[in-house]
Design a protein around this ligand. Structure first.
Ligand SMILES: Nc1ncnc2c1ncn2[C@@H]1O[C@H](COP(=O)(O)OP(=O)(O)OP(=O)(O)O)[C@@H](O)[C@H]1O
Ligand SMILES: N[C@@H](CCO)C(=O)O
Length: 324
């Protein structure tokens, strides 16, 4: 579960005294998520989320994240909104950690996304890219291609504990990815972690996006590649081309993909699989087994990486090449 920082009722009541949110009725830690501590708050003014930022989120980046969420909402994208204190501030401190209160987003994430959900996510992702286009904030991607080599080196030979030969495989693949990584594709603000647990649905409709704490500047089509990785594989490891097609169509309905972006999809997807393989592998090797965080399986992304390595063109993701 992800409640790293305990909050006492007097601490929380004192924090809430700076807000126009009425009286605290109840609060409880939310088990999901791995990065930050989240609490569900009920006050006489309604239901809210309290997020306490843990060490992997740099305090200096918080104004970027909060500003981005406000900007996106102002352009019609549904996402949690930071609640202002009476002083007009959105970031405070609680139990020794930076913290913020957000509006509650109705909906649930889908454990078994189908074709319709993949199409909706493609559309929402393109909507996010368009809505963020005039956002003034900038944040370089600390987990982009230049970071993967150092991360792989930190995992080192210990990687072979996950699977014999893994470190050599990663180094070989990384060298190819680095050499082929596109340089001139359209860039902008990307979500960078739009996995199923960060997209809410309500009565079959996409109700909003959460967890913008990896958002950054990078290649727009790389964000689509991340989503293809996260949404379009089946439990048995097979890529579902119908889901891939739906997601790409959903995206293209709201933002055109250039021929160069389409041609780059296989290498971008390879990079996306490498990025999540490496961060999962690093956690697998460094987070103690008795920690209360559920570690995510690096091998899932190793299988995805191998699939993307075998892909000949974007048509293998279901892309309609007649139209491309
Ligand atoms: N504004 C919100 N409205 C409703 N529920 C929310 C909201 N924000 C967070 N949650 C709940 O808290 C959980 C964890 O939130 P979030 O994914 O932001 O945490 P995290 O620790 O940053 O996670 P991750 O591991 O995905 O990076 C979500 O799955 C959701 O159940
Ligand atoms: N979405 C990431 C974890 C949190 O960012 C993963 O599945 O590895």
């Amino acid at each position: 579960m992800a409640v790293y920082t305990d909050v006492t009722e007097p601490q929380l009541s004192a924090f809430l005294a700076d807000y126009d949110l009425g009286e605290l009725l109840s609060y409880k830690g939310i088990a999901e998520g791995v990065e930050n501590s989240n609490f569900l708050l009920r006050t006489t003014a309604g239901t809210f989320i309290l997020t306490l930022y843990e060490k992997r989120v740099a305090k200096g980046d918080l104004p970027f994240f909060v500003g981005l969420m406000r900007h996106l909402a102002a352009r019609g994208l549904s996402c949690p909104q930071p609640v202002e204190s009476r002083k007009g501030e959105t970031l405070g401190e609680l139990a020794g950690r930076p913290g913020a209160i957000f509006t509650f987003l109705e909906g649930m994430w889908t454990r078994r996304p189908g074709v319709a959900e993949c199409r909706a996510v493609g559309g929402a992702l393109a909507g996010l890219h368009a809505a963020a286009a005039d956002f003034a904030g900038r944040r370089p991607n600390a987990l982009s291609v230049a970071a993967w080599g150092p991360l792989a080196a930190q995992c080192g030979e210990a990687s072979d504990r996950v699977e014999p030969g893994l470190f050599a495989e990663i180094r070989r693949d990384l060298a190819e990815i680095e050499a082929l990584w596109p340089q001139d594709l359209p860039s902008g603000i990307i979500h960078a972690d739009l996995f199923p647990d960060n997209v809410f649905f309500l009565q079959g409709e996409l109700s909003g996006l959460i967890d913008f704490y990896f958002a950054c500047d990078d290649i727009l089509a790389y964000d689509l590649a991340i989503c293809l990785c996260a949404w379009c594989f089946e439990g048995d490891g097979a890529f579902n081309v119908t889901k891939g097609r739906a997601m790409i169509e959903g995206y293209r309905a709201r933002r055109a993909l250039s021929p160069a972006e389409i041609a780059a999809l296989p290498i971008l997807a390879r990079g996306a699989a490498m990025r999540f393989l490496l961060t999962r592998l690093y956690d697998w090797l460094t987070v103690p087994d008795d920690s209360f965080v559920t570690k995510k399986d690096p091998k899932e992304y190793l299988r995805k990486l191998r699939f993307h390595r075998s892909v000949a063109s974007a048509a293998d993701y279901g892309l309609d090449t007649e139209r491309a």
